[in-house]
Design a binder for this molecule. Structure first.
Ligand SMILES: Cc1ncc(C[n+]2csc(CCOP(=O)(O)OP(=O)(O)O)c2C)c(N)n1
Length: 275
């Protein structure tokens, strides 16, 4: 695994991970494309630049922890973990297959590097809070990053957890909202509007940092700023595009839970190769 602070290099890694995501989803024929592509730049910045982690760390190390609360975007996590050496890349060929180590949603007992099982929307931030409180009790230094969806932010448990993190002044928790504007069957603003989302998190006692979630320099700067916040939790409110990186998938709700056909994969590969 290589760590880098170079945003151009990270952008290249993110593009390669997009290729891995699309190939694994096309092969599987089942899984979530749009929301995996929208969060991959942020996951790249965390796993290849900002998080203190390694497949060789023991569970009791002072490591940073990543919780993918929007668990349906598991492909984005899996390609990063594979490239970081948590498991062999050949496993990417068996996503969602019987007895495979890569389930449709992160399942910690079977996948090395997956810290907690997630996918029932709304629960990840509560898990992150619990890990962060444990870290505080144990005097550990790591930060717990929790990636949520904007559609997921309609879940009440998110807001209970937002209160909890602020109440306990969990400055070792960093929330990230992958704000791509779409959910399973339409616009988030039509299904159940969550705006003004930044004001809501602020009112719950969080520091809020608003960014373009596809600009690598902004992402890296936001992570540094969020980790540096003291006395309260921080939220990175990241504006993203569902299906980002493949023109005919961008902002298409139909690609929420569908995978590329052979033709679509070929077109997507050509686009990504041309970048
Ligand atoms: C409790 C629960 N209800 C419903 C679902 C089914 N589901 C999976 S993804 C999704 C939409 C999530 O939207 P968002 O958080 O915006 O995800 P993204 O656009 O980033 O893919 C839903 C309703 C679920 N996984 N968990």
């Amino acid at each position: 695994m290589k760590f880098t602070q170079d945003s151009k290099e990270l952008t290249d890694i993110a593009r390669e991970l997009r290729v891995d995501i699309l190939r694994m989803l096309a092969r599987s024929g089942s899984g979530h494309t749009g929301g995996s592509l929208s969060c991959i730049d942020i996951i790249t910045a965390l796993y290849f630049s900002k998080m203190n982690h390694s497949p060789h760390f023991g569970k009791d190390a002072d490591r940073d922890v990543f919780v993918l609360s929007k668990g349906h975007a598991a492909p984005a996590l899996y390609v990063a973990l594979a490239r970081c050496g948590y498991f062999d890349r050949s496993h990417l060929d068996s996503l969602r297959k019987l007895n495979a180590i890569l389930s449709g949603h992160p399942y910690s007992p079977s996948t090395p590097g997956v810290e907690v099982s997630t996918g029932s929307l709304g629960q990840g931030l509560s898990l992150a809070n619990g890990i962060a409180l444990g870290y505080r009790l144990d005097g550990k230094k790591g930060t717990v990053f929790c990636m949520m969806g904007d559609g997921e932010s309609q879940e009440g448990q998110i807001w209970e957890a937002a209160m909890t993190a602020a109440h306990y002044k969990l400055d070792n928790v960093v929330g990230i909202v992958d704000n791509n504007g779409l959910q399973i069957d339409g616009k988030v603003s039509d299904v159940m509007n969550i705006e003004p989302i930044g004001d809501k998190w602020r009112a719950f006692g969080w520091e809020v940092i608003e960014i373009d979630g596809h600009n690598m320099e902004s992402i890296m700067d936001a992570v540094d700023r969020a980790v540096a916040v003291k006395g309260k939790p921080a939220l990175i409110w990241a504006h993203t595009v569902k299906g980002k990186g493949v023109s005919f998938m961008e902002n298409k709700v139909s690609f929420h839970g569908t995978t590329p056909s052979a033709d679509e994969l070929e077109k997507a590969m050509a686009e990504l190769a041309a970048v």
